[in-house]
Design a protein around this ligand. Structure first.
Ligand code: ASP
Length: 598
């Protein structure tokens, strides 16, 4: 009995002026209610939006009385008539021209006093939000994010389907994969003492799918990495993972670009122009100090090593004599950079291990420009020449950084990014997408004193650099490509090694001896013996795309049930302990934690 809530005539957010006079049946949550004596108003909410309900004591007294007992988030079903709000239109609501004069109501479920309000924007502390995530997710802005995420996912799937890709699921219970983060392990019951690893990505499986002849594969897939977490990391996250056979770099990049264009159109109704710009990694480092440059604004790094060679400033001399460089960047119209801000910035840079942040302010002098404050007295002799070379004018501040190329890149990238915020130079609503290519295949790990893969060990070297694998491995460039959006790495991939001997050579350069290679990657090495097509692919950080497109700051806002920075789920309280019987079944015993507070 009661009102048939399963037969709603409309959704709350759908009603418009043209519906006036309609008899409707709606169900949803009480977003707010206001008791004005003879009149009670409530906003009823479902996933489509809000509509105002009106309970008039003169109309149906029993229902009015019932309405007086409503609490926020009670679940109700109502029947009533759509009426015009006359000149009381609420321009903030799409349904604002109308309200529903309620004739009958059933309360389907009551809500206790709420630990977290749904109807305001107050940000409760994160633990509370995650503990009662279902309440937080009821908020219209959260609903909008997940619908956007869904639309983007659907657009991606449609795109790949239209282009001949097959979606194939790859295992979660598998062996360690090579992305280099810590694995999540799952103990095996049947093979006591052995562990599965949850995949950090489906990398090897998608390569095997190419060897298996599927030609094109794409999957929206969960990946797992046990890393220290930050706002843009989660222990489990979603990738759009794809792979193509018989391709070179430009083919994978073209396929991805089409997908990126589709994503922007779907999510933001923006047309992205193709092809996307391509920048070699070396150029990105030279100009921006980072391999994922934010090209929405200038302030590029400029090399002034030659110009300052004769300058009598200790830090410059030391860097140059040590084979390093001196680079600078020019902050234009930087009057806003007060002494306090400059000191603060220098302090921050010291915090990431730089020795300091030498700078000068450019002023107008008697005949042109002159320098003031900072290290002015040291660089004044080359003032005119320097300003001309780096394009500095009165009102600008020049920041210098002496050191090794790597350090200078790191510190000036930091300074550039901070200045962009301080001086507010990033144009709003701009989306700068580009490819970064020609990464070094290998990176020298100073601490471990060995080569490590810049991407992963299956990345193919550029054909023209192959010979250097023996003579000068550090110079070998990779057939890799990263997609960068507004300074964020949004996707990364490569053409893979498809010849066993090259793969073995790269393994040995990485210090993965034949035995270890055999143990870890035997199945791949073996597969490479039975006819492997040339192939390559890429993976997109799907959550990161959702985050960027939704304009939110944290990955947690685009994952329905995320973990905290301590990798805990406050909703379910995972991870949890298990019973002795479960441990016994798995042949495991647990040591007491090293520190009880952790
Ligand atoms: N599997 C790689 C990653 O997750 C991406 C790729 O090379 O396709 O980073």
């Amino acid at each position: 009995m009661g009102i048939p809530y399963h037969k709603r005539t409309h959704k709350c957010g759908e009603l418009r002026g043209s519906d006036v006079g309609e008899e409707v049946r709606l169900a949803g949550w009480v977003h707010t209610s206001r008791d004005h004596g003879g009149l009670v108003f409530a906003d009823l909410r479902d996933h489509t939006g809000l509509v105002q309900l009106r309970f008039n004591v003169d109309h149906v007294p029993g229902v009015h009385e019932q309405a007086q007992t409503l609490h926020n988030e009670d679940v109700i079903v109502i029947e009533g008539t759509v009426v015009s709000r006359g000149d009381m239109v609420n321009p903030k609501l799409p349904t604002g021209e109308v309200e529903v004069e309620v004739a009958a109501m059933d309360v389907l479920s009551r809500a206790d006093p709420l630990p977290l309000q749904v109807n305001d924007e107050f940000e409760a502390n994160e633990d509370l939000q995650l503990r009662h995530r279902y309440l937080h997710l009821r908020r219209p802005e959260m609903q909008a994010i997940f619908r956007l995420r869904h639309r983007v996912g659907r657009a991606i799937r449609e795109y790949f389907h239209e282009h001949g890709f097959v979606e194939i699921e790859t295992p979660f219970l598998t062996k360690s994969t090579p992305e280099g983060a810590r694995d999540y392990l799952v103990p095996s019951r049947i093979r006591a003492g052995a562990f599965y690893a949850l995949p950090q990505s489906p990398q090897i499986f998608k390569q095997l799918l190419m060897i298996a002849g599927f030609d094109r594969y794409a999957q929206i897939v969960r990946c797992f990495r046990d890393e220290d977490l930050r706002a843009d990391r989660q222990p489990e996250f979603t990738q759009l993972d794809m792979e193509m056979a018989f391709v070179e770099r430009e083919d994978v990049m073209a396929a991805v670009e089409g997908c990126v264009q589709r994503i922007f159109k779907e999510a933001l109704d923006i047309e992205i122009e193709l092809p996307l710009p391509i920048m070699p990694e070396q150029e990105a480092m030279e100009r921006f100090g980072i391999d994922r440059p934010d090209t929405r604004f200038g302030m590029e790094l400029q090399d002034v090593t030659e110009l300052v060679r004769e300058v009598d400033f200790g830090a410059f001399r030391e860097a140059i004599e040590g084979g390093g460089v001196v680079k600078c960047l020019v902050a234009k119209n930087a009057e806003a950079l007060t002494r306090k801000i400059l000191d603060g910035l220098a302090e921050e840079v010291r915090g990431i291990d730089a020795a300091g942040l030498p700078y000068v302010k450019v002023k107008s002098g008697d005949d042109g420009v002159t320098f003031a404050t900072g290290i002015a007295k040291f660089v004044e002799p080359i003032c005119g020449q320097l300003c001309e070379q780096v394009g500095a004018e009165p009102g600008d501040v020049i920041f210098f950084m002496p050191g090794t190329f790597r350090d200078v890149c790191k510190y000036l990238h930091y300074v550039r990014t901070r200045l962009a915020t301080i001086l507010d130079v990033i144009p709003k609503g701009r989306w700068d997408t580009l490819w970064v290519v020609d990464f070094p295949l290998l990176d020298w790990d100073e601490e471990e004193e060995r080569w490590v893969s810049t991407h992963h060990p299956f990345t193919a070297p550029l054909d023209e650099d192959l010979a250097m694998l023996d003579s000068d491995p550090g110079k070998v460039r990779a057939k890799a490509y990263d997609l960068v959006l507004n300074g964020m790495e949004m996707a990364g991939g490569s053409i893979r090694i498809h010849r066993r001997e090259v793969q073995q050579k790269v393994f040995s350069l990485l210090g993965i001896g034949p035995e270890e290679a055999q143990e870890k990657f035997e199945f791949l090495l073996e597969a490479l013996r039975f006819g492997a097509p040339p192939h390559g692919g890429i993976a997109f950080g799907f959550d990161r795309w959702a985050m960027m497109l939704a304009g939110v700051e944290s990955l947690r806002d685009v994952i329905a049930f995320p973990k905290t920075t301590r990798a805990i789920c406050p909703l379910t309280d995972a991870p949890g302990t298990v019973s002795q019987a479960q441990l016994d079944e798995l042949s495991l015993s647990v040591k007491p934690p090293p520190n009880k507070d952790v």
